[in-house]
Ligand binder design. Structure first.
Ligand code: BG6
Length: 488
């Protein structure tokens, strides 16, 4: 890979993600002196804007999204002065040529393209760039999710982009990988001696991954309906978390070694059948209710029509390999949950033999639990058993106490970065470690397709849950019948 890109062509520049995340991230990178001196952003959307008009829009977005103490009008101007705007509609050759004209004096080998558009536009946009002479063997391209809606369509997108760009120059974005907390999972596992010897089926009873959101449809009707929680959250973010939790230790922290290990996990996920889809998964859809004290409408009502799209999904998954044989991974995610909270629970097995009481009964002895809280506050808590102070005439009294590491406190002086800061910088500098490789995304879809086809064949319908709850009651039953319970 060559050195840093100094031209970023951003498609979807008038969209919500650009305003909320991408431009604020570029602002922060600029403030930290991390953008090349001659950096230029070519912003592109379907609507026509003069450069100055678009710059004013970006400035307004920065003023809205950046913390008051970090926003400086002068710094915002420095960034917006580096932005030019060129309207382009996929398929419009003239507009692509006009865009190329504006880049006439730029080094084409140092161009990065960022597609923050509906996925149907990925291939025509990439082709338009190529036809306008803007794609060289060094050009990098980043793509937002979703890459397709099933395995076949994701292959079609990957094939189309792959005809124009080598795999090592394709940067598939999963913004969870840009989150400090998710990267910290790698540090927790591989920078500590403590956990790795126990990180397997011998010592671990089960794993839970929960990503709860309080928001509902958020005006994303046209995207979300027909997509649902499984494709929107599990296919990408949750499977990426799962693969980091479950992967073998990579030999190096680089893009090939890490992604080689992750894809092995994804390929080892046990496919669902109609029978297991019925038994080991739950689909839910929120009805009206109250979330954090606010009365909210049901999904159908927000949508304006009945729908079978799930806004909640819970799964019991297995990874069929040596390390994880027989260990259930319980995953759940949903909209309109009681709290915005994401966490990973590693529940260890009971001690092999209890010397306290009658096999531990009546003593309070519990298996250890490691709670890795990703959102809202980053926190790691290991519950360990301790003796309650006292003279213990009967059984020894044991109680769970937490070894707590609040990363927000430990690193209080450091600013928590937007996930996209890291990802944009890695794109500019050409490091693909935190991006999703083609084989990963296809393995993810392959597994998701098995669930969807299981649902279709077994006719698994959505079950209602009142907004402000952790999904339908069947989601509780899914884990409780195994003698475990969701960590709350
Ligand atoms: C997106 C999904 O990928 O992730 C959204 O499309 C979801 O539905 C969002 O709300 C969650 O991201 P975060 O960073 O807020 O946890």
């Amino acid at each position: 890979m060559i050195s840093s890109c100094n031209t970023l062509i951003l498609f979807g520049a008038t969209g919500d993600l650009a305003a909320r995340m991408l431009f604020p991230s570029l602002y922060n990178l600029q403030q930290d002196g991390l953008l090349p001196d001659d950096f230029l952003v070519v912003a592109s959307g379907r609507s026509e804007h003069a450069d100055d008009e678009f710059r004013a829009q970006v400035d307004a977005a920065l003023a809205r999204t950046i913390d008051a103490e970090r926003y400086e009008a002068e710094a915002s101007k420095r960034l917006t002065d580096r932005i030019i705007y060129s309207a382009v509609e996929a398929g419009n050759t003239k507009q692509f040529e006009a865009l190329a004209q504006r880049l006439a004096d730029r080094d084409k080998d140092r161009v990065a393209v960022y597609l923050s558009t509906p996925p149907a536009l990925f291939a025509p946009t990439a082709q338009g760039l190529a036809d306008a002479g803007l794609v060289t063997p060094s050009t990098r391209i980043a793509m937002e999710k979703p890459i397709g809606h099933d395995l076949a369509s994701s292959r079609a997108v990957n094939d189309a982009i792959g005809r124009l760009f080598e795999e090592e120059r394709i940067f598939r974005v999963d913004h969870y990988l840009g989150k400090e907390t998710v990267q910290n999972l790698i540090a927790l596992r591989f920078a500590n001696m403590l956990f790795e010897p126990l990180w397997n089926a011998h010592a671990i009873d089960h794993v839970q991954i929960t990503v709860g959101e309080t928001v509902g449809l958020e005006g994303r009707v046209s995207y979300y309906d027909g997509v649902g929680a499984l494709r929107d959250m599990v296919q990408n973010h949750m499977l990426q978390i799962l693969s980091i939790i479950a992967m073998e230790p990579p030999a190096r922290f680089d893009s090939t070694a890490v992604r080689d290990e992750k894809v092995k996990v994804l390929r080892s996920l046990r496919p669902f059948t109609p029978e297991t889809a019925k038994a080991n998964s739950v689909r839910g859809q929120y009805a009206g209710g109250a979330v954090t004290g606010e009365i909210v409408k049901g999904y159908d009502e927000e949508l304006g029509k009945p729908s079978d799209t799930e806004t909640f999904v819970a799964l019991k998954a297995y990874i069929d390999n040596w390390r994880w044989a027989g260990v259930p991974f319980y995953l759940r995610t949903g909209k309109r949950m009681p709290a915005r909270h994401s966490e990973i629970i590693i529940r260890f097995k009971p001690v092999a033999h209890s010397i306290f009481g009658n096999r531990g009964l009546g003593t309070g002895l519990e298996p250890n639990t490691l709670v890795i809280r990703l959102q809202p506050q980053e926190n790691i808590r290991l519950s360990i058993m301790a003796k309650e102070p006292g003279l213990d005439r009967g059984n020894v009294k044991l109680r769970e106490v937490g070894l707590d590491v609040s990363l927000a406190t430990a690193f209080a002086a450091q600013r928590r970065r937007i996930a996209y800061e890291r990802l944009l910088l890695d794109l500019i500098e050409g490091d693909a470690t935190l991006f999703v490789r083609r084989d990963e995304v296809e393995a993810q879809w392959q597994w998701i397709d098995s669930i969807i086809s299981g649902w279709q064949q077994a006719e698994v319908k959505v079950a209602g849950y009142a907004a402000g709850n952790w999904g339908p009651s069947s989601a509780i039953a899914l884990i409780e019948r195994d003698g475990a319970s969701w960590h709350e």
